[in-house]
Structure formats: structure tokens, C-alpha cells
Ligand binder design. Structure first.
Ligand code: SF4
Length: 347
């Protein structure tokens, strides 16, 4: 039997052509499209406004390759980490980070199975890259986690960060298409201002984002304030040093005007001294940027450990005293597999 096609690989125009060949009117294609994206249907049988005969015809040639929930870990602080199985058996993870007091419900989603960038502190980096996710696999994570958010908190998610497994700028087309569907009225209709795409720092692609006129926010996983230290923990820095990166981000800022942030994991005795703080301040001088200092979640086999709290506070105080916006985030989900890639990598 011939392999069925994934129907969500079809554009809206393609679906119209398919329906025309089946002798169906154009508005049926719109109905199907709505079921697939807006309503998140996982089976043709759910599509109650399509005739039984049409549902059977579609199911003969196509399938809906939805991701399926495999496991959930719930932290005492409310953080929920979900492991999803893809149609070919690979696993990815997404995280719901609820902050009810701020009415903020953020989902962190993955873009790749594994990652090719081998950052030394990262659990996903230990997996190597297996494959990119397609548009629907990225989109589905938002739909599924939104359902969890509604079930557990009675709220829709408010923010999306592309900060899970993989490098979003290395799966550019599906990342961009997923944003387009998430923000489209035909999809979830969310504002792009609620979306942040995080990169380990690929200068050429940051410029491309700017040229493509994206409306979402950009985060750079900075993690070290000079090239020597950054090369040590993030090999991608060797071809994209900080000067080249800062030029690209400056271009992004002047072209789009969108918000920029730096993610900065504080490692004990590595990047949290006053010299590091001074270097970080220099990197914040060319355009407005907010720094988020993040507590490290230990990863097996990694020698870097999390910085002491007093040290982090002193570091942040210095940076703040120089007029840079900086916040210190405590780790979430400490009692579950909190580090990115840890749950998907298990078993
Ligand atoms: S930190 Fe991000 S870019 Fe680096 S290895 Fe992990 S997933 Fe890849």
C-alpha cells in the first residue's frame, strides 16, 4: 500500500486543488483547513461538517501526523514538562511555565530532534541532531500545551518561546511557517509580540530575520561575555564571534525595532565575576537589550555547575548599576527533569 501523505504539508491552494479534483466546492477546502489548524483535529472523523464519504476519501490518501503526548512531569512550582512522540517515534519536549500572579503562561517549544551545535552545558547538545521538525510538529506543541494550560489553569497560553531543543535558525523555513500559522487568523491568531525566538547566534540568519521583516522578539543565548569563554562552551561562536553577532543584532534592531534580550546562564567561577559583568555591559551598549540571568540546571557529565546566589546577585547589581536592564530568574521545575532535552533524552 502506498504511503499516505501528511495532509498538513499541503498549502491552502493545494487543498483547493485536491477538493476540485474530488468535485467538491472551494469552501470545503476552507473547512478542512480550519479543522487542521484552527481546531487542531487529529482525525478526519472529527470533521463533522464534511460528509462521511469525503472523510473516508481523504483518509484513504492522507493522514494527520499529529504529535502524541508520551509523558508529563509536573513540578511543585506548577511547571509542566511534556514529552511528545513524533510520527516516526522520535521524542521532543515542550514546557509550560505558569506564572499566575502575572497572568503569564509561557510555553517553551522545540524545533529539532537533538541539536548540531553541541554547547557544552546542554543536555540536548549531547544528543546530536537527528532531524528538523516540520511546521505542524512545531505548531502542535503550542496547541497541545495550550490544552494542558486550559485544563490545569483555566487559561490560554500567553507567550511562546522557541527555546527548547534545537536551533530555530537552522530550521528556518518550518520555524517561520509555524510562526505564520500561530499568528494567522486561520491558525491561533496570537500576536507576534508574544513570541520570542531564541538563537545560539548565527549572524547570517539573524540578518535574514531582519530582511524578512519578522515581528517577533529575538533572544540571544549569550552565556559568556567574551570570545575566549564563549568559544569554550559554545562552538558556534568560532564562526560567529561576538563582534560579528553584535553587528547582526544591531542590524536586526535598526531594521525591525523588535525587542532583544540576552539569555545568560550563570556558571560557578566561569562567567559571573566583576570582569565578566564589565564585558557584559559593553555588549549592551549599542542597542537596548534586556539581560535575563538564568540559574543552571545540572546536566549529567557536565563539569560546569550553577553559580552561587550571592555571586549572581552581586553580578546583577553591578550590571544594573551601569544602566542595563537585567533580571535574575530562579530555575523552574527543579524537582523534575528541568534541563532542556533531559526528559526527551531519557529511555
Ligand atoms: S543550548 Fe541550544 S543551541 Fe546549544 S546545544 Fe543546546 S539546544 Fe543546541
Amino acid at each position: 500500500m502506498a504511503e499516505k501523505l501528511d495532509i498538513r504539508k499541503l498549502s491552502k491552494a493545494d487543498t483547493e486543488l485536491v477538493f476540485a479534483s474530488l468535485g467538491e466546492p472551494k469552501f470545503r477546502a476552507k473547512q478542512l483547513y480550519e479543522w487542521l489548524w484552527k481546531k487542531g483535529a487529529t482525525d478526519f472523523e472529527e470533521m463533522s461538517n464534511l460528509s462521511k464519504n469525503l472523510r473516508v476519501q481523504l483518509a484513504e490518501s492522507y493522514e494527520i501526523r499529529s504529535i502524541t503526548l508520551d509523558k508529563v512531569q509536573k513540578s511543585e512550582d506548577g511547571t509542566m514538562k511534556s514529552r511528545f512522540r513524533l510520527h516516526d517515534g522520535f521524542m521532543i519536549e515542550s514546557v509550560l511555565i505558569p506564572v499566575p500572579e502575572d497572568d503569564r503562561y509561557t510555553v517553551c517549544i522545540s524545533c529539532q530532534v537533538g541539536c548540531s551545535l553541541t554547547c557544552s552545558f546542554c543536555a540536548t547538545g549531547q544528543m546530536k541532531r537527528v532531524r528538523n521538525l516540520d511546521t505542524a510538529e512545531i505548531y502542535d506543541q503550542v496547541v497541545q500545551v495550550n490544552k494542558q494550560c486550559l485544563e490545569h489553569f483555566g487559561k490560554n497560553i500567553t507567550n511562546i518561546v522557541y527555546m527548547g531543543m534545537g536551533e530555530p535558525l537552522l530550521t528556518y523555513a518550518s520555524m517561520m511557517e509555524s510562526v505564520a500559522m500561530i499568528t494567522s487568523p486561520e491558525g491561533l491568531g496570537m500576536s507576534p509580540k508574544r513570541i520570542t525566538v531564541s538563537t545560539a547566534g548565527i549572524a547570517k540568519m539573524i540578518r535574514k530575520l531582519a530582511d524578512d521583516g519578522v515581528k517577533f522578539n529575538l533572544a540571544l543565548s549569550l552565556h559568556a561575555p567574551d570570545d575566549v569563554k564563549r568559544n569554550e562552551i559554545m562552538p558556534i561562536n568560532e564562526q560567529n564571534n561576538l563582534e560579528v553577532l553584535m553587528d547582526a543584532i544591531h542590524y536586526f534592531h535598526t531594521t525591525t525595532g523588535n525587542r532583544i534580550s540576552y539569555e545568560y546562564i550563570a556558571f560557578d567561577g566561569f562567567n559571573e565575576g566583576i570582569e565578566d559583568a564589565k564585558n557584559l555591559v559593553k555588549l549592551c551598549s549599542r542597542f537596548p537589550v534586556k539581560v535575563n540571568v538564568i540559574e543552571y540546571n545540572t546536566v549529567e557529565g557536565v563539569t560546569l555547575t550553577k553559580a552561587r546566589q550571592e555571586q549572581v546577585d552581586e553580578f546583577a547589581r553591578y550590571v544594573r548599576s551601569k544602566g542595563v536592564m537585567i533580571s535574575v530568574r530562579r530555575s523552574r521545575g527543579k524537582d523534575i527533569d528541568a534541563a532542556c532535552g533531559q526528559l526527551a533524552n531519557r529511555e
